[in-house]
Design a protein around this ligand. Structure first.
Ligand code: URP
Ligand code: ZN
Ligand code: ZN
Length: 465
């Protein structure tokens, strides 16, 4: 592969912003400093007026995932292509252990899903649905395969939910093998009672999905997850945190010095029950995901959480289902609407515009939230998540002045609606390199499906700072 010199750009890492040049040698960054001579490279790229950032890392995606009687609409090809166009060069997707089966078989299944399709590098978390004694060995086996994190569900009774004993056992195993437990924290049993009552009262419209999942049910589960992690002596990572009540639990734990981490997603920062579900009838099905959209008053609290490091990561929970023929499965009953929404392409654009552009985040914090922190927490740093000598040349040339109106008519995700339809954003990826290969040029994808590699992540036991 030719060497490439990116000149005259502004290099933005989580901890620094400098005018410097960046030399790529093959798949790796060779040097970052001012004044690298043009003679050092085969190809020169002028990045005047552009930011040069580490590629985005989306630590929470669901590609080609069976769910709710259907399958998420993006596969590893369409999903990772859309991700790349939006400046994301790495994802961590979720393999699902089917109840009564070994985790290795799920890992093999997900590797096959990605094979020949992934356009960018990908890691896998493992979703644990049951945990007999052999499952504890399976966890160690997964860690040896680079699956350094496991997701457990405190919600979705009879489908994905596991009991506290299972959670605690899994946590204790990570105390030995160094992996990280990711928690879907909502009290599923309580929610189920509220849901059954709503259905009995004839409340079947999409908005009742949100109204039957109180923020206290999220906060209670976050509290319980952190308490169990404290007893097991391990860190815990709360996925898709959506509300102030839940955030308070994470903040209090961190104030006590506990290794509790959490992510939120653009939909919780920018969308709400009032704006997107209230009086919207069936349209509200576009926003049926779990945890649900919350009242608008939660949004500034989440932004503050990002600023103050009570929240460490912004990921997407990309789990697209087409409105026309998939969301329609729940036309008469909100519990049958497949849960999930699309977002893999727009994460950086939305967070840059509403975060950096509107004074909610510094540029460095933006880079930390979308790239560096997930790399550290999920065992990929410094291979990923930083522009430094020796790191993978996963690089985004970011045009802060590029204007975009987000729309399903122009996006690249294989889904027939956008959660952010009509949102106007300033700032977008112009060129994207993945391990030194230009895969997006002037906003057009030019990479090859199947070029993305499986990432063996390190189990670091939460020792990420
Ligand atoms: O509604 C959602 N979030 N769907 C994806 C599965 C999950 O819980 O993350
Ligand atoms: Zn979840
Ligand atoms: Zn998810």
């Amino acid at each position: 592969m030719p060497s490439i010199l990116i000149q005259n750009g502004t290099i933005v890492n989580a901890d620094s912003t400098v005018k410097a040049d960046l030399l790529i040698d093959g798949a790796i960054i060779k040097e970052v400093r001012a004044g690298i001579p043009a003679s050092a490279a085969d190809t020169i790229v002028d990045a005047s007026g552009l930011l040069v950032m580490p590629g985005g890392i989306d630590a929470h995606t669901h590609l080609d995932m069976p769910f709710g009687g259907t399958c998420s609409a993006d596969d590893f090809e369409t999903g990772t292509r859309a991700a790349a166009i939006g400046g994301t060069t790495t994802i961590v997707d979720f393999a699902i252990q089917a109840r009564g089966t070994r985790m290795r078989s799920a890992l093999d299944t997900w590797w096959k899903k990605a094979e020949g399709k992934a356009c960018i590098d990908y890691g896998l978390h493992m979703i644990i649905t049951d945990l007999p004694d052999a499952g504890l060995e399976d966890m160690d086996d997964m860690v040896r395969e680079g699956v350094a994190s496991f997701k457990l569900f405190m919600a979705y009774p009879n489908v994905l939910m596991v009991d506290d004993a299972t959670i605690f056992k899994a946590m204790r195993q990570t105390a030995k093998n160094g992996a990280l437990i990711c928690m879907h924290a909502e009290n599923g049993s309580v929610i189920d009672v509220i849901v059954q009552q709503a259905l009995a009262e004839g409340k079947t419209a999409p908005i009742y999905h949100a109204l039957t999942r109180p923020t206290v049910a999220e906060a209670e589960a976050v509290h319980r997850a952190i308490a169990m992690a404290e007893m097991a002596g391990v860190p815990v990572y709360i996925v898709h945190l959506s509300s102030e009540d839940a955030l308070n639990q994470v903040r209090e734990a961190r104030d006590r010095g506990l290794p509790a981490f959490a992510e939120t997603c653009p939909q919780y920062l920018l969308l709400s029950i009032e704006d997107n579900m209230q009086d919207k009838g069936w349209e509200g099905a576009k926003y049926v995901f779990t945890p649900p959209l919350r009242e608008k008053r939660n949004q500034p609290k989440l932004w503050q959480g990002l600023r103050k490091d009570h929240l460490q990561v912004v990921s997407t929970d990309h789990c697209p289902f087409c409105f026309e023929d998939q969301k329609a499965l729940g036309k008469d009953d909100f519990t049958k609407i497949p849960n999930g929404g699309p977002g893999i392409e727009n994460r950086l654009q939305l967070l840059h515009h509403h975060g950096v552009g509107q004074g909610n985040l510094s540029l460095n914090r933006f880079v930390e939230l979308v790239s560096t922190a997930p790399a550290r927490i999920f065992g990929m740093y410094p291979k990923k998540g930083v522009l430094a000598a020796g790191s993978d040349a996963d690089i985004v040339l970011w045009d802060e002045k590029a204007d975009l109106t987000i729309s399903a008519a122009t996006h690249h995700m294989r889904v027939d609606y956008s959660m952010f339809e009509g949102f106007k954003v300033r700032g977008n990826a112009r060129d994207v390199y993945s391990r030194g290969e230009l895969i997006v040029s002037k906003g057009k994808f030019i990479g090859k499906p199947g070029r993305g590699q499986y990432l063996r992540r390190e189990a670091r036991g939460g020792a990420w700072k």
